[in-house]
Design a protein around this ligand. Sequence first.
Ligand SMILES: C[S@@+](CC[C@H](N)C(=O)[O-])C[C@H]1O[C@@H](n2cnc3c(N)ncnc32)[C@H](O)[C@@H]1O
Length: 261
Amino acid sequence: MISLTAEQETLLIPLYDKATMKEIIDDPTAASIVAQVDYDFSALRQPWVTRATLAMRARKLDQCVRDHPAPLVLHLGCGLDARVDRVAPAQGTRWYDVDFPQVIELRRRFYRETADNRMIGSSVTDHSWMAQVDGEGPALVIAEGLLMYLHVAEVKALVLALRDRFPGGQIAFDAFTTFVTRRMSRHPSLRKTGAQVHWGVDDPMEITRWAPGLELAEEWTFGDPTALTGLGPLRRMQMKAMFALPVARHTHRILRYRLGA
Ligand SMILES: C[S@@+](CC[C@H](N)C(=O)[O-])C[C@H]1O[C@@H](n2cnc3c(N)ncnc32)[C@H](O)[C@@H]1O
């Protein structure tokens, strides 16, 4: 088994949710990988709400890829996620899965690289990985469960570098508020892995002030009715009650921005 750092080990958290929350997301690849990996997933002690919201996050980001087709998709901090299988992008779409070299080494045990689906082993904070992307022009960038592990200066530098390299594209990612970021180390799954989260954002408009051309296109929360699809009546009620207050709804949400030049 390849040894993973604390931040890398977090990839097993959403992988397990995609494998098991079948009422929310259908992911046979995740189920097959979970069955093959020698890891005690019960040690993550994920509450139901974490499992549900991470599966909903994945489903929403899949929908973003379907709704905003782009000839180039950059899937940052991909872990062992099977988005490329779930979404099945149009032929000719060039799809790049990017994560640390150790994670990509692990990923290669489960996924085959093809001419249209390439893997890049690099930290996203070392922008030289962008030189390995074949093609110019607008890209759809997806970062699921990634940016909170970076520091604000790294997030900002990454967003600006993506805007410069792939002008006219979009980026979609999930983000915590600063309040939640400060408390995330208490979450049982993060305690198990030892991973630290660093970045959170309270006002999504803050990012638009980082550089001209950055525009907020969408803010989606777990209070959105589309989040509830697939849940039974009791779970729906539970989710509605949990996310009834705006302050609760905004603790963790998906943001999409246009990366205008
Ligand atoms: C919570 S996991 C999410 C994995 C995947 N996106 C998913 O949702 O299944 C976080 C991922 O981000 C990756 N990651 C964290 N910091 C990174 C960095 N600086 N560069 C590249 N990947 C990073 C980790 O290796 C891990 O695979």
